[in-house]
Design a binder for this molecule. Structure first.
Ligand SMILES: C[S@@+](CC[C@H](N)C(=O)[O-])C[C@H]1O[C@@H](n2cnc3c(N)ncnc32)[C@H](O)[C@@H]1O
Length: 218
């Protein structure tokens, strides 16, 4: 014979249910927000030609402008390919260049625009969310790139076709594989190389190295 047991299951109170839903909503918003912020930083590393966000050191930025000045570029148009947080473009604007940064990461583009605006440089330092491979580089007197070794051969071809006659290119940390720099400065990760369009016909012989770092070194 079975005893009858009264089981008294109370439904959760409306207050507890509401609290649970609020916590769930906040957790969802936080996770969604983190995902939205982090994704643009991670994606460039998974592109066909990966180029992750690694900001230039203060010394590299300094070296870029030493090279440009040494090449006679103290004003005119300048572009930074993959402009990150905008530090090179903003510094260029301070020096008197009309500077443009192209960057895929929308957060970095907005951060760069805000920094430029806060410093009153928004008319000399412009930032666009654009793929550097799809930008026409023919209107820039000075081109700056802090790239990775795997992108340099393709970028070398693009620049060879698009650089204006008086164009100067400055590469940070990794040099172009086939061009001879007119000048380089510093060593290791802070090395910066300078190339002139009108001297690009002068190639390094096969296997000859112009120095610099291996991919992955930072
Ligand atoms: C090594 S960081 C250099 C940042 C900056 N130029 C500096 O020196 O501080 C390279 C930047 O290029 C951006 N990037 C990667 N692929 C790109 C592409 N196809 N077009 C535009 N920007 C790109 C990355 O998001 C990253 O911010």
């Amino acid at each position: 014979m079975m005893n009858k047991v009264d089981v008294n299951i109370k439904p959760p109170s409306k207050r507890r249910l509401k609290g649970g839903l609020i916590i769930l909503g906040i957790s969802g918003a936080v996770i969604g927000g983190l995902y939205a912020v982090a994704t643009p930083f991670v994606l460039p590393a998974f592109r066909k030609i990966p180029l992750p966000y690694v900001p230039a050191t203060a010394r590299q930025v300094d070296n870029v402008f030493k090279m440009l000045h040494s090449a006679g570029k103290t004003s005119g148009t300048l572009v930074d390919l993959g402009s990150g947080d905008g530090r090179i473009v903003i510094e260029a604007a301070k020096y008197g260049f009309q500077a443009t940064g192209y960057e895929l990461n929308p957060w970095l583009v907005w951060y760069s625009r805000l920094t430029a605006r806060l410093q009153g440089l928004q008319y000399r330092a412009e930032f666009y969310r654009r793929d550097l491979w799809k930008v026409d580089l023919s209107r820039y007197d000075s081109t700056v790139v802090f790239g990775v070794p795997s992108m340099m051969p393709k970028l070398q071809d693009k620049l060879s076709e698009e650089l204006p006659e008086n164009g100067v290119v400055v590469a940070c940390r990794f040099p172009f594989p086939d061009w001879t720099p007119v000048e380089s400065i510093d060593e290791g990760v802070d090395t910066v190389w300078c190339y002139h369009k009108n001297q690009l016909g002068h190639l390094v012989s096969a296997g000859q190295s112009v120095g610099g770092c291996e991919e992955g070194e930072s």
